[in-house]
Ligand binder design. Structure first.
Ligand SMILES: N[C@@H](CCC(=O)N[C@@H](CS)C(=O)NCC(=O)O)C(=O)O
Length: 289
């Protein structure tokens, strides 16, 4: 269900390369992404060496704003080249190179990465784990499942950390995960923070509406369906599932754009029809087709 993984699965379908998905259960009590084997794999990525570890929480999960989380998904392993790539934006760039520019047209590089950065900064983690203080419309399963989720995650990370050798190079990664989850627990419990991230998200959507109106086309770029459409598709689908679709009800372009995205092959194959997404009353009508 991870939105960062959904973006990558949709991109993989869009470029049509064969792939296998090693599904990890990322929620407690399983949190398979906390195993030392997985974290070690992720630490072999270039971004793990070039960015500081995550050190706080502002509701999002972008490496730019939050730092690198070594205990998160997705991680791409290119078995042919022996490369490990972490972080959805970098994985998308990697897949674009692999497919010789099928996701990012050469003459639109700046526009694409600007748009992708906007979606990457949407505080999806906060909107998923935290309740809207003015009316929580998240599906019951999520409301119940997220109660105390940060505490359970912290406990699991602590016990994994305790099981590591004292000289393990992975300790730092686990310690920073605890810092993040503790900050997250405090963040989502403050109604003012939740109102802040809800307003920021709605603002991003209103601005998207303006760009779509200026662009006049069906997709973000005149060239057709590209990477930013995948990122927006996943983001809008998650907002719909969580009951935040009111954010675009007064927009002139986003409602139709969202519907086009939800019927695109990349979104259908990589997200909506992909096995395992929990049901929800707002996504029911889009069901498996
Ligand atoms: N910037 C990273 C963020 C990765 C991330 O935060 N992944 C989330 C799911 S979308 C995760 O693994 N959460 C599980 C956890 O934190 O325990 C990316 O885009 O790949």
């Amino acid at each position: 269900m991870s939105i960062c993984s959904q973006k990558i699965r949709a991109a993989l379908f869009q470029i049509g390369v064969p792939f296998a998905s090693s599904e990890l259960i990322i929620m407690p009590p399983f949190s398979e992404n906390y195993s030392a084997e997985y974290v070690e794999l992720r630490m072999a990525s270039a971004i793990a060496r070039s960015r500081p570890f995550v050190n706080g929480y502002s509701g999002g999960s972008s490496v730019e704003n939050e730092g690198f989380d070594a205990l998160a998904v997705p991680t791409l392993v290119d078995h042919e080249k022996g490369e490990v790539v972490a972080d959805s934006r970098l994985i998308a760039a990697y897949l674009d190179r692999l497919s010789e520019g099928r996701l990012v047209p050469l003459h639109w590089q700046n526009r694409v990465w600007r748009e992708v950065a906007i979606v990457d900064a949407i505080p999806h983690a906060g909107l998923f784990y935290g309740a809207n203080p003015d009316g929580d419309d998240r599906p019951e399963e999520i409301r119940a499942g997220m109660l105390g989720a940060h505490n359970k995650k912290i406990e699991l990370v602590r016990s994994r950390l305790a099981g590591l050798p004292t000289d393990s190079a992975l300790r730092d990664a686990y310690e920073h995960k605890i810092i993040k989850e503790e900050a997250g627990r405090g963040f989502i419990s403050a109604p003012a923070n939740m109102r802040g991230i809800i307003a920021a998200t709605q603002n991003s959507i209103v601005q998207l509406d303006q760009r779509l109106a200026e662009g006049k086309g069906e997709w973000i770029l005149p060239d057709g369906f590209t990477l930013p459409d995948i990122f927006w598709g996943v983001s809008l689908f998650r907002l719909l599932y969580l009951g935040y679709d009111w954010m675009w009800k007064d927009c002139s372009k986003v409602p139709e754009y969202a519907e086009r995205l939800f019927h695109s092959p990349a979104m259908r194959n990589g997200v909506i029809n992909w096995p395992g997404h929990p049901p929800g009353k707002r996504i029911e009508r889009l069901g498996r087709q």
